[in-house]
Design a protein around this ligand. Structure first.
Ligand code: ATP
Length: 215
């Protein structure tokens, strides 16, 4: 276990949550890097303008279904409490205020790490918070690019946040959505936790027709 009370905050669109998300959360808990993982779905993802995700209530419900029976994992709807866009720097500030005895580390995939300099108040975000960057196949952390866009001390902090020994999960929500609409829910068994697959079928999300749509 980490020496301190460490909570990983795993923000994202989760449209839908897939086995890559849950797999990396399991890895962080199993290896004792953190004590808890809180999934934090974004109601209006600021980094993905133009793509309307599934309703927030459904994405949060799928997360709750995915983590049921997983000790140490929870879902926070904190960002839905506020209207408009939620920025990570503000969300982390609220969490630290609400839970002063906790330590928080923001979990980010290596693809998002490469874009982090474009986030709202990115320098303050990195200066004031801790990060843990999870490797993502095909979108590895690009240290040359990171070095060119961050001040040296923040580059070093981010470089040191990259996990090197973690198992990789080669999938994305985009791939899940494409496969769901083109091939149906049963073609996604290897990409989704079973309760999430069942939720998608039941609520006919992502163009699912009634029942099994596999042809
Ligand atoms: P989309 O395909 O819609 O962009 P996504 O699969 O990237 O979705 P998000 O909800 O956008 O999922 O991701 C939330 C966080 O999880 C981000 O930090 C992202 O980098 C990370 N992440 C998602 N999938 C993986 C994966 N397979 N390996 C490592 N990190 C991942």
């Amino acid at each position: 276990m980490p020496e301190e009370n460490l909570t990983a905050v795993f923000g994202g669109t989760f449209d839908p949550v897939h086995t890559g998300h849950t797999g990396l959360a399991e890895y962080l808990l199993k290896t004792g890097r953190v004590n808890r993982v809180v999934f934090l779905p974004a109601p209006h993802p600021p980094h993905k303008p133009g793509n309307e995700p599934a309703p927030f209530a459904d994405r949060a419900a799928m997360l709750r279904a995915a983590i049921a029976g997983h000790p140490g994992m929870s879902v926070s709807e904190l960002e839905a409490e506020r209207s408009g866009l939620s920025y990570t720097v503000d969300t982390l500030g609220i969490l630290k205020q609400r839970y002063p005895a906790e330590h928080f580390v923001w979990v980010i995939g290596s693809d998002s790490l490469n874009q982090l300099h474009q986030w709202y108040e990115s320098e303050r975000l990195v200066r004031e918070n801790r990060f843990l960057a999870y490797p993502r196949p095909g979108a590895e952390a690009d240290f040359d690019q990171l070095r060119s866009v961050w001040p040296p001390e923040l580059f070093e902090k981010l470089r040191d946040s990259v996990l090197t020994d973690a198992p990789e999960f080669d999938l994305s929500s985009t791939e899940v959505r494409t496969r769901l609409s083109e091939q149906g829910a049963d073609a996604c068994r290897d990409l989704l936790p079973e309760p999430v697959l069942n939720y998608i079928k039941e609520h006919k999300l992502y163009s699912q027709r009634n029942g099994d749509t596999t042809t």
